[in-house]
Ligand binder design. Sequence first.
Ligand SMILES: Cc1cc2nc3c(=O)[nH]c(=O)nc-3n(C[C@H](O)[C@H](O)[C@H](O)COP(=O)(O)OP(=O)(O)OC[C@H]3O[C@@H](n4cnc5c(N)ncnc54)[C@H](O)[C@@H]3O)c2cc1C
Length: 533
Amino acid sequence: MAQDYDAIIIGGGHNGLTCGAYLAKAGLSTLVLERRPMVGGAAVSEEVFKGFTFSVFSYVMSLLHPKVIEELELARYGLKVLPATDLYCPLRDDDYILYSDDVARTQAQFARFSRQDAEAYPAFLAYLQESAAILRKLQLETPPDPSRRDWKSFKDLALLLWRYREHAGELYRVIDLFTQSADVFLSRWFRNDTIKAVLAYYASIGSFTGPKSPGSAYVILHHLIGEHEGAGGWGFVRGGMGAISDALATSGQSHGLKIKTNAEIDKVLVDDDRVLGVVTKSGDEYRAKVVASNASAKVLFLDLIDPSDLPAVFLDEIKQFRTYSTAFKINVAAKRPPQYKGFDAEKCGFEVPSYVHMAPDIDYLERAYDDAKHGWYSYRPFITAVVPTTVDNSIAPEGKHVVNLFGGHAPYNLRNGSWQQQRGDFVRNVMNTIHEFAPGFADDVIDMQVLLPPDIEEILNIPHGHIFHGELSPDQLFFMRPVPRFADYRTPIKGLYQCGASCHPGGGVSGLPGHNAAREILKDVGTKKKRGA
Ligand SMILES: Cc1cc2nc3c(=O)[nH]c(=O)nc-3n(C[C@H](O)[C@H](O)[C@H](O)COP(=O)(O)OP(=O)(O)OC[C@H]3O[C@@H](n4cnc5c(N)ncnc54)[C@H](O)[C@@H]3O)c2cc1C
């Protein structure tokens, strides 16, 4: 027999939990159904090897929005953010460069490579911060639909433009960021390739682009708009990223949110153009007037809904949503963190670099992309190496370490090859790259879990394993995400919403798609309190 709720959420990723928590807080009886044995999606902590707990997918926090943290009282429910060290970028010749929120310290680092670039840094930072301030505001907006001709859409658009009227003069900036490559954008301020690589690195994270690809400038900003303390606003979460999801779940449960794991949705039930509920793979049926999907847009519309219930043009647009991924993650249980050749604890001011980017110059990043562009993994990948055990003793046996390796490029498909054959060579390649900067790391490895795009796809049910559910390119942002006309979290089916990273403002552990979707749902259905329940 079907069970009735006011709202059902498909998927208990951190955005599904955020959406669910807001709906429950507003008085709606809400059920989250998650296919995995645990909630969190890409924000989970799991004991992968005995005694070693990993942030299996996402590994550093920055983007989680302060509004979500405060309104859902996440600190009260266990969220504790720990600072990372300055970003440490090892270079060839045993040198390094540090990057941090401390402007004078970063300038001093840049000055070692170019005095002129060091002097230009405050102007660059001011530009970045002003642009970030606008984007931070925009992240909380529901994208209007400029193509609709009805009065409401016109009013929403006009109100948005009015709210941003003092930023009208900065429109050109947005165009620059959306159209320029990271390299062209950074070259306005910086000449030195090493300095440019420190910043351009952010444009490569999770994207199938190189720093010379048009539009890549925006991705730098997407990664640097976090407001927490640390290198570029990034920090660790005590207990791993799963602690964010656990805090969201507990917060929601304190308002009556129900969560069911091992419950994979097989089908969304639709009658005419209205949602009725969902059916799980094991045949359980749940009915609700509101169903919000945290699953990727492609999973929702291509796998869970009968195509005859959706307009053909819309389905075609969803199929075009670009999800191709080249990002990999390797979780290493280690005896020691990587020992970087040129590292000098006294000069750096910390004992162990906990947050490292390996990509010594801008051409290195571009070459890594060139390999992937032609269908192969990077001969020299760019690698982020993050060691949370430097500040968190709860996730590994005493004296041992958790090392998260994240990078690119490892294309989902290999041209004239298969991952089955190439997995070993790829890992050797990654280790050889690390050895250029930190020799002997392989000898300190106790065990490792290798996650390539097909693995991420299988575990999380994200098409191509795309870490943001879909590319963060200008054609897939704001009122184009995931597709034009349906960027306001609503869908062609009444009562069916989207609340995950496929929607504005996109991927990252921000909670914002979930927050914004809940706001739109509550606008449509009202709260229980308002309805006098
Ligand atoms: C390897 C990797 C590294 C990353 N690193 C970082 C980082 O360091 N910092 C950062 O901020 N971001 C990072 N990201 C990006 C970030 O983690 C994601 O963009 C974000 O977590 C997406 O959250 P979500 O809730 O929208 O979706 P997801 O986390 O994908 O959750 C969707 C949930 O829906 C469930 N689901 C799917 N289909 C069904 C179904 N049919 N029935 C029921 N449930 C279903 C899935 O199992 C999953 O739990 C990383 C991502 C990956 C993969």
